[in-house]
Design a protein around this ligand. Sequence first.
Ligand code: SAM
Length: 219
Amino acid sequence: MTKIEKKYQTAINDLIIYLKNSKFLTDERVESALHHIPRHEFVPESELEYAYNNEPLPIMKNQTISQPGVVTRMTEWLDVKDGQKILEVGTGSGWQSAILSYLVGSGSIYSIERHPELVKFAQENLKKLNIDNVHVILGDGSIGYPKESPYDRIIITAACSEIPLPVLDQLKENGLILAPVGDSSQSLVLLQKTSKGIVEIKNQSKYVFVPLHGKFGKK
Ligand code: SAM
């Protein structure tokens, strides 16, 4: 773990207290990930002073690093286990990938991003923390990443009108997939692939994400 400056340590602790009080953070492993994966390493310099506010922040190409409370909730719903292989669609800053990488331990993350500038930004951010189990790939995540499929978990971090079928196909049996689904506002939808078909595990409304583009993204 890199040594974290005292001013950031205090801000991380304050954010964690806020997230716990507002029930966006309930899992001790995810709390530990927040300590080990400092968000200020994933925001542009101009946004550093806001890194521990519970709000999305601009990164580049009109995209955002997601709000901490949304990242902790999505991470908890995904119920990640050691050794798993995870597909993330929408790398952005790489912060969500880094948190997942901490939780999978010996496992690995394949994260797809459509903007080359963000692929580079995320790779640089991950390198600062010596994270080597996240593979950031330039491409259209709306078709998934069949080369490394099937995945134990899939997380889509951009708004889709419906979960793209090619991505769903790349999920293992008993695997979980989580995505924000909807148009002007989205519901976080958690599905499980079972031997009998797809089962909805959780659904919660009133989230707002940037859109998923690409072949199976927003028209
Ligand atoms: N999880 C990110 C983080 O921790 O910073 C935030 C992701 S941001 C809300 C959504 C990302 O999805 C953006 O970086 C955007 O460029 C990307 N995106 C949108 N459509 C995509 C597609 N078809 N393929 C890959 N990435 C896509």
